[in-house]
Design a protein around this ligand. Structure first.
Ligand SMILES: [Fe+2]
Ligand SMILES: [Fe+2]
Length: 289
């Protein structure tokens, strides 16, 4: 019987040891932070095919709430992201910004809205999809309630859905879309040992706290974004500075300069659903992928 703590401590060596002696299959999952408009989509198109090959990725999740010009997601944009190689799209408070997505989300279960929205809102907040290695993966989208719009309790609803998903598969990925680091960290500890990964989205600013929690859940407070880095969380920087100065209402434009891809690579034991490692990948537009 392998000692789990040894596996985490000496990731690469131990992981190979497990494959050799126990025929465990390691699954590699890429999680992509909020994609911001066309600059984000073009960068993803440039880098994702290379990342898929280089890391032998089994599954890709991306947050699409800002993918259509910074606000919401349209059917065409969702289709484009699936074509590029994303398997499941999560979202958050901007999901309804483009009204035409309502029909689409009712028809295509690969696009999620937060599961703790009203039970009568369109679409669904979780799904089970097939990975490239044939394993089933559960994906759950939740939204925090601290400094966010109204929603139901993400903890109680999240745990109910996790228990339901665990009857189908031990591999579960949770996008915890929220503003407050504290609420996202609390969700990480709450679900530790129950899911493979809890990853934060929404702030568009990456945090450096990625780690595997003691129960085997990979955790990061915020992945960051895939979009223009010379900006204020994706929006034109001069416009936002001006808004802080004059406090006048403004129609926001997304920025375009210096796009950056911020994502997280998680290795998971596909038999148990436990995370083996979590690491950050950052790519800039001009870099070789
Ligand atoms: Fe966002
Ligand atoms: Fe958001």
């Amino acid at each position: 019987m392998m000692n789990w703590n040894r596996t985490v401590a000496t990731r690469h060596g131990a992981a190979r040891f497990i494959i050799h002696h126990s025929a465990f299959i390691i699954m590699k999952v890429l999680l992509i932070g909020d994609i911001i408009g066309k600059p984000g989509r073009r960068l993803l198109e440039m880098h994702l095919p290379v990342l898929l090959q280089r890391h032998h990725l089994d599954f890709v999740v991306a947050n699409a709430e800002n993918a259509a010009h910074g606000f919401g997601v349209t059917p065409d944009v969702a289709d484009e992201l699936f074509r590029i190689g994303v398997d499941v799209l999560t979202s958050g408070n901007h999901i309804w910004d483009k009204k035409e997505i309502i029909d689409y989300i009712n028809k295509d279960g690969r696009l999620l809205r937060p599961a703790n929205y009203s039970a009568i809102s369109p679409g669904k907040g979780y799904t089970i999809a097939n990975s490239r290695n044939g394993s089933k993966i559960g994906v759950l989208n939740l939204q925090g309630r601290v400094f966010m719009g109204p929603s139901e309790d993400p903890f109680a609803i999240g745990m109910d859905i996790v228990e339901k998903l665990r009857r189908e598969t031990p591999i579960i990925l949770v996008d915890m879309h929220g503003e407050a680091s504290s609420e996202k960290q609390a969700m990480g500890w709450f679900l530790d040992g129950k899911v493979s990964c809890v990853f934060g989205t929404h702030t568009h600013v990456p945090t450096a706290d990625q780690r595997v929690l003691p129960g085997g859940t990979a955790y990061v407070t915020d992945i960051g974004m895939t979009g223009p880095y010379d900006s204020v969380i994706g929006i034109d920087k001069e416009q936002i500075v001006q808004k802080f100065l004059d406090q006048m209402p403004t129609r926001f434009r997304i920025a375009s300069e210096n796009p950056i891809l911020q994502c997280i690579l998680v290795e998971i034991d596909s038999n148990t659903g436990r995370a083996l490692s979590i690491e950050r990948i950052t790519q800039k537009g001009e870099e070789e992928a």
